[in-house]
Design a protein around this ligand. Structure first.
Ligand code: R5P
Length: 287
């Protein structure tokens, strides 16, 4: 079986291919003068293929749709998507009347080209139900826990209820207690943390979440903990988007260290998500 990927994700695709005993195949992309995208797989594929689909907004989502078609043209009879970061998952419901549910639109579109989907720490589990075929999300908790080991952590916190499972999983792996904060989002960049009686005085605390986007959530939570007397605050997330000045915001908040996986590749990506993706693929390719 081949793991097919864009050249820019060849390293991650190779790492995944090794783990599922497959070969790597990269595809070519280009942009036409009018901005439209082109994808070509210059090889023959027999049977099933894994498409490592970097579905960051927006161009790569289109590339993924075309790459599915390209894989079929090349001969694939089954396409298993491996999506390190499933974008558009945060608009997972119509919060106000008339709002488009982006998660539904994008997952339905992906399902027109692919048969199964494996991703890592999807924003909300119910988003996977919008994909028409089998779809799974694997936690990067084992990988994040390993990266957070030997930091002397004394508490693992989720910044909101949505990340409680991730915090529990990482805390349990490290043998340290876990808890969560109560977050209210005020705007796309501003959040508030409700006061919560936590004994963080003099302690080293890690805040863990699925995504760092603007950094508002992590920065607000970090300030909150440092004001309560925490000695050191680290933040870790599966997906590091780092938009709208997130780096500066986290630095100003007093965050000691930032750990993110390469699900979204940036200079901050220090943790590989290959094992998590391979675990997901083992589930979606089994049936
Ligand atoms: C929201 O529920 C997510 O789990 C993250 O907490 C959120 O997307 C992070 O966004 P930001 O970094 O912009 O606060």
């Amino acid at each position: 079986m081949y793991v097919v990927a864009a050249p820019e994700r060849a390293q991650l695709a190779q790492d995944v291919a090794q783990r599922i005993d497959a070969d790597l195949l990269t595809y070519e992309t280009k942009t036409f003068p009018d901005g439209e995208r082109f994808v070509r797989i210059d090889a023959s594929i027999e049977g099933a293929a894994v498409l490592l689909a970097d579905a960051r907004p927006n161009e790569r989502v289109i590339d993924t749709l075309i790459a599915c078609d390209s894989a079929r043209e090349a001969g694939a009879d089954t396409i298993h998507l491996a999506v390190p970061y499933l974008s558009y998952a945060r608009q997972d419901t119509a919060f106000e009347p008339g709002e488009g549910v982006s998660a539904r639109a994008v997952n339905r579109a992906l399902g027109t080209g692919a048969d199964t989907l494996a991703t890592v720490d999807v924003h909300a589990a119910h988003v996977l139900e919008y994909f028409p075929g089998p779809a799974v999300s694997e936690q990067a908790a084992p990988e994040l826990a390993t990266a957070l080991d030997e930091r002397g952590l004394e508490l693992v916190l989720a910044p909101d209820r949505g990340a409680r499972e991730l915090a529990a999983s990482i805390g349990d792996r490290l043998g340290v207690p876990h808890d969560y904060l109560e977050k209210t989002r005020r705007s796309s960049t501003e959040v508030e943390m409700a006061p919560k009686a936590l004994d963080v005085t003099g302690r080293t605390v890690a805040i863990v979440d699925d995504i760092i986007a603007t950094g508002g959530t992590m920065a607000t939570a970090s300030e909150h903990l440092l004001e309560q007397g925490a000695a050191v605050v680290l933040v870790a997330a599966t997906h590091g988007l780092f938009v709208a000045g997130a780096d500066k915001r986290l630095e100003d908040a007093g965050v000691e260290e930032i750990l993110v996986t390469d699900a979204i590749p940036t200079e901050r990506s220090s943790v590989s998500c290959a094992d998590a993706l391979a675990r997901g693929l083992q589930r979606t390719t089994a049936g």
